[in-house]
Design a protein around this ligand. Sequence first.
Ligand SMILES: Cc1ncc(C[n+]2csc(CCOP(=O)(O)OP(=O)(O)O)c2C)c(N)n1
Ligand SMILES: [Mg+2]
Length: 552
Amino acid sequence: MSRMSTQTESKTKLHGGRLVARRLKQHGVTKLFTLSGGHLFSIYDGCRAEGIDLIDTRHEQAAAFAAEGWAKVTRTPGVAALTAGPGVTNGMSALGSAQMNASPLVVLGGRAPAMRWGQGSLQEIDHVPFVRPLTKLAATAGSTDEIPGLVDDALATALRPHSGPTFVDFPLDHVFMEAEEPGPSAPLPDPADEPVAPVGLERAIALLRDAERPVIMAGTNVWWGHGEEALLRLVSERRIPVFLNGMARGCVPADHELFFSRARGAGLTNADVALVVGVPMDFRLGFGGAFGEAAEIIVLDRAEPLRDHPREPAAELYGGIGATLDALREGTAGLQDATGPWVKQLRGVEREKRSAETAELTDDRAPLHPMRIYHELGALLDRNAIVVGDGGDFVSYAGRVVDSYEPGCWIDPGPFGCLGSGTGYALAAKLAHPGRQVVLLHGDGAFGFSGLEYDTLARHGVNVVGVMGNNGIWALEKHPMEFLYGYSVVADLRPQTRYDTVVEALGGHGELVRTPAELRPALERAFAAGRPALVNVLQDPNVVYPRKSNLA
Ligand SMILES: Cc1ncc(C[n+]2csc(CCOP(=O)(O)OP(=O)(O)O)c2C)c(N)n1
Ligand SMILES: [Mg+2]
């Protein structure tokens, strides 16, 4: 050990950065998202030697969100390397986000050298205590020999249920020195191996079998747990209306006869039995209050919850989502004969609510109504287009009206709600699926956090199409504050800023849209531009999103 080296080849020993890269490669990692820092040079050298692509951003936040986005669209670990000190602190919002989204994000940190620890090296700070509350594993490599095992552990722990972020940092001396590589490690955990929930099944089956108005409310862990096919089978064969949020969107296609979105209020409040799968009863479900008081709740998740359920479930199932959904389907033969009137009732509500949207979807005003923007955009989207949302009200509207037909097609920040996450997510989504449309919806406020990443998109030839709802305000804050106080502060932006010319200056294609008639041709040019593009759509700031609550 202990010879400083930047060589990539050595007969029996490899430098620490090469060891990092070899473990990543063995486990199928093909991209490393990063922003340069000397503490990371040996990891770059290792990646170069092992053929792992280095994708460099303009802010570590974007690198870390890109890694989380990679995880979201591939269901494999997304990996970011962040330099010591400020590199790691800049990645913390993405760690918080990944924790709430259960995203298998792996952050590799640079770190001041161990041999000088405590003497005041550049950027010397102990990351572990401040990333630990955000991660499932946070550790420092104690020597070069420890590196391979720690990288294996960080990847496997990130994937194991409940999935979530992990962190390892590498002291400069350890990651530049050499050690022998141990033999190959165990393969990463596979959700297909997760067994059926060992308890609760009989009770859950009994509840469902007697139901007349059953619903399924499914969320993000269905996607992480690879439960989408079993979910579709259960829904289709037992004819249970289904509502989706988070990363479960698209698990049942939007045009499936049992999929509902506008009828969610009616469905959840009037259900007699609700199967809540892969999603906590958090604010999005009114802490359980979204379901009627008399509803019997069956909870299914990949593992026991990280916090107590806000209301008592009638049955709890913790195990493989696919296996358990299949067992529920097998145990409830005949249920489909009972749900006909209920499905019909919800379909009526769904139809009525959808037709009530027509006026807004075709609204002629200039600057535009956000619904009109989505009406025009929707007409150009492929069935497997990936839509990333990053903004306030503009994205809330999208969440209501943009339909998903396949899972992994709707990417939003999730319950952490971090503005600025979208550019990293979109970068990763398009790198993972270069043949598919990737559309990035920006609020004009949100754009400020990561708009300079169009430089990253342009440098790496990643042709994301951005669509901005430019209302010159932080609408999701301005309107509620005016409602509460009769005035607003710190809620205004410059009106009509030419973010499209900013994107042009960064090497992209820009479009400015002032009227509805200009929008579709501008979108078509953006999709055909052969460069990352931003369609800057001037949007009416007076449109108030019909919001019930946003904080609790
Ligand atoms: C990092 C971060 N800072 C602040 C907020 C609070 N916040 C939520 S929505 C919003 C307004 C977003 O404005 P914009 O992106 O222009 O979208 P609009 O609501 O105008 O459509 C703000 C400031 C947040 N969610 N994340
Ligand atoms: Mg705005």
